[in-house]
Each structure stands twice: as structure tokens, then as C-alpha cells.
Design a protein around this ligand. Structure first.
Ligand code: AMP
Ligand code: TRP
Length: 333
């Protein structure tokens, strides 16, 4: 059976982008594969986090993943810092990955911005830790949004170089699972930027805990153009904001952008936006309610995460041990 691994940073409440690009695609995988889903707090601190917020965001992320349909009986849901093997294998990978490889990572360039000298070294080696997250379980399938493709290529470069340098066939090849009509959801304010938890403007995103009024407000204020909707997708070329809203409606109604256009060609955004709002409220309302319910019982959430960490630890331990042997570390006896 394939082993699936994915991670999400507790750097804020998940957005509609996280949901449509990642979380929603994780739910059905629980029924067909052995799945591990990890709240990657160690990745989150590669950029400054307020400790109290990080703590609250970690529980909130756990609650939202459960509310979206992940079940502790069907998958291993846990927090990265609870399982030391991630950091331990990452150190080995820091010694495998080449500076030249990391220099090509577009996410580092985006996140570091203009003042690269001021970025943390953790942000730089972030992809090595991500490779360790996956490979410490010998997971081979990684459901992620489109933006993570380059990091998975790097994970494969690391696995291959490790295998080659030590003359072993130990780490498997990992494959991205990039699914869904909305693999990339864009900001509501600027259709050329991805919707992100860390965008300074809350108006740029829908959060999974936004109430109906907030959703209505954000959609009403979303950037659009004055043109009418065309009857085909090609005609949306160059209209990034319009393309994004059409994609979102398709994704939450289980349709396709082509079908949405076929149904709504000739309408302006004044007519389209209220429909989009209704669809979003209908889809996200139950998730928000579930999340609020789960957050009322923090001890139960913490227990679920502890059980997840225990299962993950038991899976990672023999693989880390073997990697250490391959590298030539003396076993502690
Ligand atoms: P992050 O928020 O960076 O921790 O991302 C968690 C997951 O959500 C990853 O699989 C990302 O690829 C996915 N993701 C994040 N933002 C978006 C977006 N705007 N559209 C689609 N997928 C996204
Ligand atoms: N880098 C991923 C993101 O920002 C999160 C992540 C960390 C991850 N480790 C992972 C995703 C391992 C998949 C597998 O979205």
C-alpha cells in the first residue's frame, strides 16, 4: 500500500486556498492509503512567530483539519515537533543537499524578499526538513498544492544523492499528487498572487473560520473587472481575478470552470458574486461550526495529537535508525 504524507504550517487559520489546494484532497486518501498528516510547527518558525499565537494556531489547525474530515482513526494526524526523527534526519539531509540546489528554490526567494541576508538559515534549509518529513516514513505520495512541486523535486534529488553516495537503495522516489480544479487559489485583491495565510491583508483571503457576513463582505470587495463573463475559458486569458472567482465557484460546487462559464456567460460580477457567496457559505459553514466545537475541548484535541505522535514515532524510528547506520553513526548500545 502507498504511504501518503503531507504537511501544513500552523502559521494562521487555514485559508480557502489551503482547503481547496490541499486539505480537501487529503480526506478521500484516508480511505485508500496509509496517510500521515503533519502540522509543521518547525517549518512555521523559519519565519518569526509569536509563541502564543503559534500555540493557538497549532490547536486551531488541528481542529480545522478534523472539521474538514480527517479522522484520527483513519490517518495519523500529529505535530511535527512531537516527533524528533524529523529534525534528526533533516540534519543528515543538510549534509546531502548542495548550496546550489537550495539557491534555486523560488519559495525561499519569495519569502526572503529583498533583504536575503536577514532571512533565517532555517528558511534556507526548509526544503531539507521537508524532504526529511516525507522520507523518514518512506512515504511516496505527497498531496500538495502546485507551489510545492519544486520542493518535492529537491526531496528526490536528496534521496537520490543519499542512495548514490552511500551505495544503497534506501530512500524511495516521491511523487506529488496535485489534484483539483483549484490547485492554485489566488488572492481576492490581486489575481496574480496566491491566497496566503500570511498576506498582511485579511481581505485577500477567505479563512475557514470566517462567518457568513465576513465571507459576503470579502467577496463583495474582491477585485474584479467591468467585463461580462465569457462563454469559454480561453476568453478569460488576462483576467486573473475573474478566472480565480470562476475557479473557486467550480471547486466548491464540484463543477468545472468550463461548466460555470457555460451556465453564467453574459453575467457581470454584480450577479455572479452573490452566487459565489452563497456557495461558499453553504460549503464552509459546517466546517466552521465543527471547528468551533472541537476548539471548546482543548484536552481532547491534545490527546488526539499525542496518540498521532505516538503512531508516527513508531513508524519513523526504524527508518531513522537504518539511515544512521548507513551514514556510519555508531549505534548507542
Ligand atoms: P502552507 O499554507 O504554505 O502551509 O500550505 C499548505 C498546503 O496548502 C500546501 O499543500 C500548499 O500547496 C497548499 N496551498 C497553500 N496556499 C494555496 C493556494 N493559494 N492555492 C492552492 N493551494 C494552496
Ligand atoms: N512546505 C509545505 C507548505 O508550505 C508544508 C510542508 C512541510 C509539507 N513539510 C511537508 C508538505 C511535507 C508536504 C510534505 O505548504
Amino acid at each position: 500500500m502507498n504511504r501518503v504524507f503531507s504537511g501544513i504550517q500552523p502559521s494562521g487559520v487555514p485559508t480557502l486556498g489551503n482547503y481547496l489546494g490541499a486539505i480537501r484532497n487529503w480526506v478521500p486518501l484516508q480511505h485508500t492509503a496509509e496517510c500521515l498528516f503533519c502540522i509543521v510547527d518547525m517549518h512555521a518558525i523559519t519565519q518569526r512567530q509569536d509563541p502564543r499565537e503559534l500555540l493557538a494556531n497549532t490547536r486551531e489547525m488541528a481542529a480545522s483539519l478534523l472539521a474538514c474530515g480527517l479522522s484520527p482513526d483513519r490517518c495519523v494526524l500529529f505535530v511535527q515537533s512531537h516527533v524528533a526523527a524529523h529534525a534528526q534526519l533533516a540534519w543528515v539531509f543538510n549534509c546531502i543537499a548542495r548550496l546550489g540546489w537550495l539557491n534555486r528554490m523560488t519559495q525561499f526567494k519569495d519569502k526572503a524578499g529583498k533583504d536575503r541576508e536577514a532571512a533565517s538559515t532555517g528558511l534556507y534549509v526548509y526544503p531539507n526538513l521537508m524532504a526529511a518529513d516525507i522520507l523518514v516514513y518512506h512515504a511516496t505520495q505527497v498531496p500538495v498544492g502546485d507551489d510545492q512541486r519544486q520542493h518535492l523535486e529537491l526531496a528526490n534529488d536528496i534521496a537520490e544523492k543519499f542512495n548514490h553516495d552511500y551505495g544503497v537503495d534506501f530512500f524511495p522516489h516521491v511523487e506529488p499528487l496535485i489534484q483539483g480544479v483549484a490547485a492554485r487559489v489566488m488572492s481576492l485583491r490581486d489575481g496574480t498572487r496566491k491566497m496566503s495565510k500570511s498576506d498582511p491583508s485579511d481581505q485577500s483571503r477567505i479563512n475557514l473560520n470566517d462567518d457568513s457576513d465576513t465571507i459576503a463582505n470579502k467577496i463583495k470587495r474582491a477585485t474584479t473587472d467591468a467585463d461580462l463573463l465569457p462563454d469559454n475559458l480561453a476568453a478569460l486569458e488576462g483576467r486573473a481575478e475573474a478566472r480565480n472567482l470562476v475557479g473557486i465557484l467550480a471547486a466548491v460546487t464540484g463543477s468545472t470552470p468550463e461548466a460555470v462559464l457555460a451556465a453564467h456567460a453574459g453575467k457581470g460580477f454584480g450577479a455572479f458574486k452573490p452566487m459565489l457567496t452563497d456557495a461558499l457559505v453553504a460549503h464552509l459553514g459546517p466546517i466552521r461550526a465543527g471547528m468551533l466545537r472541537l476548539l471548546e475541548d482543548a484536552p481532547a484535541l491534545d490527546t488526539a495529537l499525542r496518540l498521532g505522535a505516538e503512531k508516527a514515532e513508531a513508524m519513523a524510528e526504524p527508518i531513522l535508525k537504518r539511515a544512521y547506520e548507513i551514514v556510519g553513526f555508531l549505534a548507542r548500545r
